[in-house]
Design a protein around this ligand. Structure first.
Ligand SMILES: [Mg+2]
Ligand SMILES: [Zn+2]
Length: 196
C-alpha cells in the first residue's frame, strides 16, 4: 500500500469558508473569521503546508465593489487570519466567460502554479458546489464545509464533506501523520529499509 502524502497546498475559498459571507463586501470592519478558521490555519502552517485563497469577487465586475476596497478587505483577512502564500482572485462575472471564475478551474491552477505544486497535490476547501467543481476540474481534492446557506443538492453532490475546518485539518494531516505500516517483507528488512 502506498503511503498517503500531505498535500502540496491547501487552497481556501474566502467567503463562507474562511470568513463570514457578506455579499460584495468592501468594508474591512465587516470581516469576521469563520469558527475555527484561525486554529485550522495555524495547524496547517505549523505543518508547513502552503496556503492560498481562491476567491470569486464578481462584485468588482458588477461595479458594486472597487478593487481598492477588495484589497482592503483582503488585507484585513490576513491581519486576522495570518498571511497566505498566494491569492488567486477572479474579478469577473458569469457573462464574461473567463477561465478563472469558479466552477472553472483557473484559480486553482493559478494558485498551484504560484506555489509551484501540481493541482493534483492540492486540496480545495469551500462552502458551495462551485468550489468543488473547480477542484474537480483542476484535478484537485475538494472538501466541502457546508454552512446553513449551502444548498442540500450541493452537499449531496460533493465527493467529500467535512463537519468544520477542524475536521478538514484532521482529514488533510492525518493522511501524512498516520501510522507507518509495519514492514512484513523479509527482503525489505534484509535491505535495511525501515519504510518506503
Ligand atoms: Mg464561498
Ligand atoms: Zn475570472
Amino acid at each position: 500500500m502506498f503511503e498517503k502524502r500531505r498535500p502540496g497546498a491547501v487552497l481556501f475559498d474566502r467567503d463562507g469558508t474562511l470568513i463570514r459571507d457578506v455579499l460584495y463586501n468592501g468594508d474591512p470592519d465587516l470581516v469576521e473569521p469563520m469558527p475555527g478558521a484561525i486554529e485550522a490555519l495555524g495547524r496547517l502552517r505549523r505543518a508547513d503546508v502552503p496556503l492560498a485563497v481562491v476567491t470569486n469577487q464578481s462584485g468588482v465586475a458588477k461595479g458594486l465593489l472597487s478593487p481598492d476596497d477588495m484589497d482592503q478587505v483582503n488585507a484585513k483577512v490576513e491581519e486576522l487570519l495570518g498571511p497566505f502564500d498566494a491569492w488567486a482572485i477572479c474579478v469577473h462575472d458569469d457573462a464574461d466567460g473567463c477561465t478563472c471564475r469558479k466552477p472553472a478551474p483557473g484559480l486553482v491552477i493559478r494558485a498551484a502554479a504560484v506555489l509551484d505544486v501540481s493541482p493534483r497535490d492540492c486540496v480545495v476547501v469551500g462552502d458551495i458546489g462551485r468550489d468543488m467543481e473547480a477542484a474537480r476540474a483542476a484535478g484537485a481534492r475538494g472538501i466541502l464545509v457546508p454552512t446553513q446557506e449551502t444548498p442540500a443538492a450541493e452537499i449531496k453532490e460533493a465527493a467529500e464533506v467535512a463537519d468544520d475546518l477542524a475536521d478538514v485539518v484532521e482529514r488533510v494531516l492525518s493522511d501524512a501523520e498516520g501510522p507507518v505500516p509495519a514492514i512484513s517483507a523479509p527482503w525489505a528488512r534484509a535491505m535495511g529499509w525501515s519504510r518506503w
